[in-house]
Design a protein around this ligand. Structure first.
Ligand code: SAM
Length: 268
C-alpha cells in the first residue's frame, strides 16, 4: 500500500490516536484518497464540503483537484494539522448542525466524505430530506449501510433508506474497501456510494409524506399494507394510490411508494 508518510508521521508527532467516540477510522493511503476524489467527478472550480477530515488524507486529495474545500470537523485535536493545508476552510463543529447552504454559497456544493460510522445514516437523511440539496454526494459507509441505500425492490435490504435515497437520488456503489485499508481497521468492510439528485426530485412536502408512509410500511414489514398502513388510511389509501393492499412493503417499488406518499399528502 502506498502510504503518505507525512500523514502518519503528522499523527504520531501530534500524539493523536483514533477516538471511537467520534467514529474515527482513518484513510492514510493517499492513492485510495485520490481515487475517491476522482470518483467524486469533475472537481476543479467546484465547492466541496467534506465532513470529518480528521488527519486530512482525503482532504489533501480533494484540494489537489483544484476544488474549493470546506471541511467540518467535530474533533478539535485535528485543527492544528488541518490549519497546515493551504486553501482549506475548516469549520469546527458538528456536521449534523451545520448550515451547508450558507457554507456553500449561491453556487451550491458537492459533498465528499469518509463518514463517521456513528452518524453516517443521520447525516445522509439530513441531506436527502433537508433544505440543502447537494449537487452530488460521494460517501463512504459501512458496507451493510451502502447495500441498504442501493437495495433493489424485493430483497431483505430494501427498506426506508433505499426508498428515500433512490426516490431523491440515483444511487450506486462505486468502490468497496476492505476493513484493513483503515487505521484502525473497523470490524466491517466499507463501500463508497455515489448519490446524484434526480432532476425530477420530489418536493419537501412529498419527502415528508414519504418518510411517514415508509416508517409505517416497513415498521411492520411482515404485514400486508392494508394492516401496516392502518393508522394512515390502510386499504383505502392503497386503492386510491393504485397499490395492491395485499402487498408487503418490500414488494412495493419506488413508483408505488411515491404514489402512496402523494395520496397520503392529500389527506393531511
Ligand atoms: N476523513 C478522514 C479519513 O478519511 O481519514 C477521517 C474519517 S473518520 C471515519 C470520521 C471523521 O469524522 C473523524 O475525523 C471524526 O472526528 C469526524 N466526526 C465525527 N463525528 C462528526 C460530526 N458529528 N461532525 C463532524 N465531524 C465528525
Amino acid at each position: 500500500m502506498t502510504e503518505a508518510p507525512p500523514l502518519r508521521e503528522a499523527l504520531r508527532a501530534a500524539g493523536l490516536s483514533a477516538d471511537k467516540g467520534f467514529g474515527q477510522h482513518f484513510l492514510l493511503d493517499l492513492n485510495i484518497c485520490r481515487k475517491i476524489a476522482r470518483l467524486a467527478g469533475d472537481l476543479p472550480g467546484e465547492t466541496v464540503i467534506e465532513v470529518g477530515p480528521g488527519p486530512g488524507g482525503l482532504t489533501r486529495a480533494l484540494l489537489e483537484t483544484g476544488a474549493r474545500v470546506i471541511a467540518i470537523e467535530a474533533d478539535a485535536r485535528f485543527l492544528p494539522l488541518l490549519a497546515e493545508l493551504p486553501g482549506l476552510t475548516v469549520i469546527h463543529g458538528d456536521a449534523l448542525k451545520a448550515d451547508e447552504a450558507a457554507l456553500a454559497g449561491p453556487g451550491g456544493a458537492r459533498i465528499v466524505s469518509n463518514l463517521p460510522y456513528n452518524v453516517g445514516t443521520p447525516l445522509l437523511i439530513k441531506w436527502l430530506t433537508g433544505p440543502f440539496r447537494p449537487r452530488s454526494m460521494t460517501l463512504m459507509f459501512q458496507k451493510e449501510v451502502a447495500e441498504r441505500i442501493v437495495a433493489p425492490v424485493g430483497g431483505k435490504d430494501y427498506g426506508r433508506l433505499a426508498v428515500l435515497a433512490q426516490t431523491v437520488c440515483a444511487t450506486r456503489v462505486v468502490m468497496t474497501l476492505p476493513a484493513r485499508a483503515f487505521t484502525p481497521p473497523p470490524k466491517v468492510d466499507s463501500a463508497v456510494v455515489e448519490l446524484i439528485p434526480r432532476a425530477e426530485a420530489p418536493s419537501a412536502k412529498l419527502v415528508e409524506a414519504l418518510q411517514i408512509v415508509t416508517r409505517e410500511a416497513f415498521g411492520q414489514r411482515r404485514k400486508m399494507l392494508r394492516s401496516s398502513l392502518k393508522t394512515i388510511g390502510g386499504e383505502e389509501i392503497c386503492i386510491a394510490a393504485g397499490v395492491d393492499p395485499n402487498l408487503r412493503a418490500e414488494a412495493v417499488d419506488l413508483e408505488g411508494f411515491r404514489r402512496l406518499a402523494e395520496t397520503f399528502r392529500k389527506t393531511l
